[in-house]
Design a protein around this ligand. Structure first.
Ligand SMILES: C[S@@+](CC[C@H](N)C(=O)[O-])C[C@H]1O[C@@H](n2cnc3c(N)ncnc32)[C@H](O)[C@@H]1O
Length: 284
């Protein structure tokens, strides 16, 4: 008969869980309440086995002493971040961008061939950035005259890898209108793979880099037209939310827009000078 796995191998002690929770909240801003403990344990097992530790607590004990602390932190971040995203998620934002924000911004730019800058600041696997690219490209095909660049940033290296490849399984394209799928995605040459890739024309306009919203400063231009910061603030404490929003707004051009997730509409009260245009849309 197999001996039962020791409890300390499969479960984190209170102290070890607290160690990880404090590390993650300090570095990433994400709160890890007790309710996340089982999820964390489950997701960490693979890493613990790969490094040949006897169990989770031994892994945590060795975390800080490890010469590879940065590498381990990267893994931990990939493990604890929630990366759920979709193409055309909260679609009213993209309608607003097309019908209201871009026309208003083009007037502000005040010249033909304006160069618009859009930033997806918690981009996950890139669906928000590529949705934006499809909508903007479609506008230019319909007669709007502008150029654009899209930046996607995220703290998780795993999702950024996916975003850069721009390869998605066919099922996640369900929210993308069929004529956009035909126009903006290429089927895999290997027909056994049910995958499609964003066309090079849109990939060329879209760049991704790792960035932590908790950092004291962001290496991003200060005349961005539209910033998406959706479905990430909910994981932060109120004071962290305020700092992040304030800092993001300092990267917007006057008249620029900030878009937050549907459960994040209260953030405006924390930042003076932010005008609420719609429940989840703000303007500086
Ligand atoms: C739920 S996804 C939201 C993706 C997309 N914005 C959307 O609404 O569909 C949240 C993303 O925020 C990222 N994230 C969490 N904390 C972060 C931080 N401190 N800095 C940058 N990105 C962070 C996660 O890695 C994750 O990919």
């Amino acid at each position: 008969m197999m001996p039962a796995m020791q409890d300390s191998a499969v479960h984190l002690s209170d102290r070890h869980f607290r160690t990880i929770a404090e590390l993650i909240e300090g570095k990433v801003g994400i709160k890890l309440p007790q309710g996340k403990r089982l999820m964390l344990e489950g997701r960490l097992h693979k890493r613990v086995r790969a490094l040949n530790f006897s169990g989770l607590n031994e892994y945590v004990d060795n975390l800080f002493g490890a010469e590879h602390f940065d590498t381990e932190l990267t893994h931990l971040i990939d493990v604890v971040t929630t990366n759920k995203t979709d193409f055309f998620r909260e679609p009213q934002h993209f309608t607003f961008m097309r019908d209201v924000a871009i026309p208003a911004l083009l007037k502000l730019h005040g010249r033909r061939n304006a160069n618009l800058k859009i930033w997806s600041s918690a981009s996950s696997t890139g669906m928000e950035a590529y949705t934006t690219a499809m909508v903007l490209d479609d506008m230019t095909r319909n007669g709007s005259r502008f150029q654009y660049r899209i930046l996607g940033t995220d703290i998780s290296t795993a999702v950024l890898r996916l975003a850069k490849t721009a390869i998605y399984t066919r099922d996640v394209l369900a929210p993308v209108p069929e004529h956009f799928v035909k126009r903006y995605f290429l089927s895999s040459r290997d027909k056994s793979r049910d995958e499609m890739r964003v066309v090079p024309e849109l990939r060329r306009m879209t760049h991704f880099m790792r960035m932590n919203l908790m950092d004291a400063s962001y290496p991003v231009d200060r005349d961005v037209d539209i910033i998406f910061c959706r479905n990430v603030l909910i994981y932060f404490e109120r004071e962290t939310q305020r700092k992040v929003i304030e800092q993001l707004c300092s990267h917007l051009r006057p008249g620029g827009y900030l878009l937050v997730g549907h459960s994040e509409s209260m953030i405006h009260s924390a930042v003076p000078g932010l005008k609420q245009v719609q429940p989840t849309i703000f303007k500086v």
